[in-house]
Write a protein that binds this ligand. Structure first.
Ligand SMILES: [Zn+2]
Ligand SMILES: [Zn+2]
Length: 545
């Protein structure tokens, strides 16, 4: 009875983590994450895994299992449930974090909270969540007891010995499985290139407290709203140094409320105030914890940086603490926000100039320790760009793991008796773009056009042609946007080329509208490319009159 694991995303990029484990023809999805667009994906809000092949097999999809409540693991879940509504299992907090989008889409989801260490049965699956420490509370690795042996997925993890909630990665549980024999391990590769150990979350307590204590005026701190422990540390620093705390941003409000409800965030009630009340206090008693650590254009921090925030007008003496590193694709936006905040007189502390952030992903020595504890028969690195997967595979080979394979999105690994087989390109795994209007509406060609519009500009060529004679009635007029500062001479030249081309075709005596449009585009493009080496989007408007 073979077991098959197909990777829909996360192997080749940081984001859209999604894997399908298949037993007896039934499928469980491990995570359904999204990816934030890279800088060349213009106008795209989100990138999803391609689950189109599952639509044809919807009867076989049994359930979704979430490892934790990060967007790259559950951000596409609501959209997936809209297509295939199956039960979802995960820790209580992970499920709470999903609820917002599920409710927004009006989906009746069946969410089942699972405690660590209880074996659950669903269809042919037996699985259990195992506690791991990460940059969100209540994160989990998962073990499947399959007909082909135990399959372990690490989830996102680090081996922080002193996490804020005193719930470190449950190495004894993993070791127990290792002793029984783990057939296959899938493990987080994000920091496989980074030597040593990642510092503990609690190592940030002192540096953050120092910054908040020494701040002469207001403190505005930005971090991921799901990083409840970071929020806790920043809030503690403020409260301990005589400040009150207000939260700002939709997800910050939502997630801190969930955190307070579930008891993963602990704050004295009288220390938390509304933002309007906070602004009435003397500056040195204010601590604002907000969203926007990724430079998102409409998040609070960006608006403050542009002087467009409803409540906060930055001034000299303000201190801004960005307690996060930009995820890939957001570097430029974050850098721009830091510059603007600085120009407005704020002192800005961030991961590059102060010890105010630690990663949530295990570095090399932690990964080696983990491999040594689990001692799998076969290993597939997950969660990373190709270079990270490759580096992680090298570590496993060094550890003497018998079977190590680097897979990519769309590949599958099949466990069958003694054999571990890799199937390349088992399913389609291209990026599915979501631009706010619809999923999958944006094709690669459209992205190429958008990117050229931004980089190279656009040229509109208008020409009126008399159908009967083929002679030019008006134009060609060329109009450009974003091509260059003073395009007149080049547009003039291009217009002449277009005119010559139209006249040449007119003498043929044939008039084919779309052929004429193409000819006009070609003629203009040839001149512009030769004169400027640029490739603007050229829109031919041919009118027959
Ligand atoms: Zn994560
Ligand atoms: Zn992740």
């Amino acid at each position: 009875m073979s077991v098959r694991i197909t990777f829909l995303g996360g192997l080749g990029e940081i984001g859209r983590n999604c894997a399908a484990i298949e037993i007896e023809g039934k499928i469980c999805l491990i995570d359904v994450g999204l990816m934030f667009p890279e800088e060349d994906m213009l106008g795209v809000d989100l990138v999803f895994p391609d689950w189109s092949w599952l639509l044809e097999r919807r009867q076989d999809v049994e359930f979704v299992l979430l490892t934790h409540g990060h967007e790259d693991h559950m951000g596409a879940l609501a959209y997936f449930l809209r297509d295939i509504n199956v039960p979802v299992y995960g820790t209580k907090l992970a499920l709470e974090f999903c609820k917002g989008r599920i409710e927004e889409l009006g989906i009746e989801a069946q969410l089942h909270a699972v405690d660590y260490d209880e074996w659950k049965k669903h269809g042919p699956f037996r699985f259990r969540l195992i506690q791991v420490s990460h940059s969100v509370p209540d994160a989990a690795g998962v073990a499947f007891d399959t007909p082909e042996g135990i399959v372990v997925h690490s989830g996102d993890f680090k081996l922080d010995p002193t996490p804020i909630d005193a719930k470190p990665t449950d190495l004894p549980a993993f070791a127990e499985l290792g002793k029984q024999g783990v057939r296959l391990l899938l493990s987080d590769s994000t920091n496989a290139e980074r030597p040593g150990f990642v510092p503990s979350e609690s190592s940030l307590a002192d540096p953050i407290r120092d910054i908040v204590r020494d701040a002469p005026g207001r403190v505005i701190a930005a971090c991921f709203s799901s990083h409840i422990h970071r929020v806790q540390q920043i809030a503690d620093a403020g409260i301990d140094t005589g400040r009150k705390v207000a939260f700002f941003g939709r997800s910050m409000h939502r997630n801190t409320e969930v955190g307070l409800d579930l008891g993963v965030l602990n704050l004295p009630k009288d220390k938390v105030v509304d933002i309007k009340d906070l602004m009435d206090l003397p500056a040195h008693q204010q601590l604002l914890i907000t969203t926007g650590s990724q430079g998102e254009p409409f998040a609070a921090l960006s608006l403050m940086a542009q002087g467009r925030h409803r409540f906060v007008d930055l001034e000299d003496g303000d201190t801004v603490l960005i307690s996060a590193t930009p995820i890939p694709g957001n570097e430029t936006a974050v850098s721009r926000v830091i510059s603007r905040l600085t120009r407005r007189g704020a002192r800005v502390f961030h991961g590059r100039n102060a010890p105010v952030h630690v990663s949530g992903h295990a570095a090399r020595d932690e990964l080696l320790t983990f491999l040594n504890v689990v001692r799998p028969h076969a290993f597939v690195p997950v969660h990373g760009e190709y270079r990270h997967l490759h580096a992680h595979a090298e570590l496993a080979r060094k550890m003497g793991v018998p079977k190590v394979d680097v897979l990519e999105d769309g590949d599958a690994v099949v466990l069958d008796g003694d054999r571990t087989m890799v199937e390349r390109r088992a399913v389609p795994a291209g990026y599915v773009y979501f631009d706010g209007a619809g999923v999958g509406d944006v094709k690669r060609g459209v992205l190429r056009d958008r990117s050229r519009l931004a980089d190279e500009g656009v040229v509109v060529v208008t020409v009126g042609i008399e159908r009967s004679s083929g002679s030019i009635v008006f134009g060609p007029d060329l109009d450009s946007h974003g091509l260059m500062d003073d395009p007149d001479a080049i547009l003039q030249k291009a217009a002449e080329a277009v005119r010559a081309e139209v006249e040449r075709r007119a003498s043929d005596g044939s008039f084919d509208h779309s052929a004429m449009q193409n000819a006009v585009r070609q003629a203009a493009a040839t001149v512009i490319r030769a004169e400027t080496t640029r490739k603007p989007v050229i829109l031919p408007v041919v009118l027959d009159v």
